[in-house]
Design a protein around this ligand. Structure first.
Ligand SMILES: [Fe+2]
Length: 226
């Protein structure tokens, strides 16, 4: 489990609006140096439309790469995990903004509309990332669940690409430990880990959860999530 300093840090509620515009602009510039122009411009659009989502994606990128490294994946796959982490929610550009900001629970139809961001993201990125198929499949499949009850394809366990299974854990950790429109109070890391462990094997890949929990105990994840 995390040490005392980590616990204190993660107990503090994270404010999703805290990411500065300056920091986001620097991250976008850095990002634009390593991706095709069209991809960079989609990221710029996402930041303009939903700044918090872009900042969240940056944290997911770092968390996901840490998990991938701890799973001993090869470097080219860790690179794909990083890019997929940064781009996993890019399809939210195509979702009505009022649904993304809605503070009250979504209706079933609204939820399905928001979840379309997976297929929209894959479609937007396909023309530019045809040489990175594992990034495209991770963007499409990051809301799949290992029990087959996820979206958009209801894939099960090993049929879900490993990059997507990693992003799912990183995405959930970050979502739980930061404020969101639908959750005003961020969870502590201890509670987030409890949730991950509770859903390991049904929502989440067990190996991905295990390495994240080990990592958080080493006080490394804290540096990336804060
Ligand atoms: Fe997503």
């Amino acid at each position: 489990m995390p040490d005392t300093a980590t616990q204190k840090r993660w107990r503090k509620p994270h404010n999703a609006s805290a990411g500065s515009a300056k920091r986001a602009a620097r991250q976008l510039r850095d990002f634009a140096r390593v991706v095709p122009t069209g991809v960079a411009s989609l990221a710029t659009d996402l930041n303009a439309r939903d700044h918090d989502c872009w900042i969240h994606s940056q944290r997911v990128q770092l968390l996901a790469m840490g998990i991938a490294a701890r799973l001993n994946l090869p470097q080219d796959m860790i690179d794909d995990v990083g890019l997929a982490g940064a781009l996993h929610d890019i399809g939210k550009i195509g979702v009505p903004a009022q649904l993304l900001r809605q503070g009250k629970p979504l209706s079933n139809d609204q939820y399905l509309q928001v979840m379309q961001h997976t297929v929209i993201g894959e479609r937007l990125l396909s023309p530019m990332l045809g040489d990175r198929p594992s990034v495209l499949s991770a963007v499409r499949s990051h809301h799949e669940r290992v029990d087959g009850n996820g979206l958009p394809d209801g894939l099960k366990s090993g049929d879900i690409p490993i990059v997507a299974r990693i992003i799912a854990v990183a995405d959930s950790v970050d979502a739980m430990t930061h404020q969101r429109p639908y959750r005003k109070r961020a969870l502590t890391i201890e509670l987030a880990i409890r949730e991950l462990e509770k859903w390991a094997g049904s929502q989440f890949d067990e190996a991905c959860v295990r390495v994240f929990v080990e990592w958080s105990g080493e006080n490394l994840a804290e540096r990336l999530v804060s």
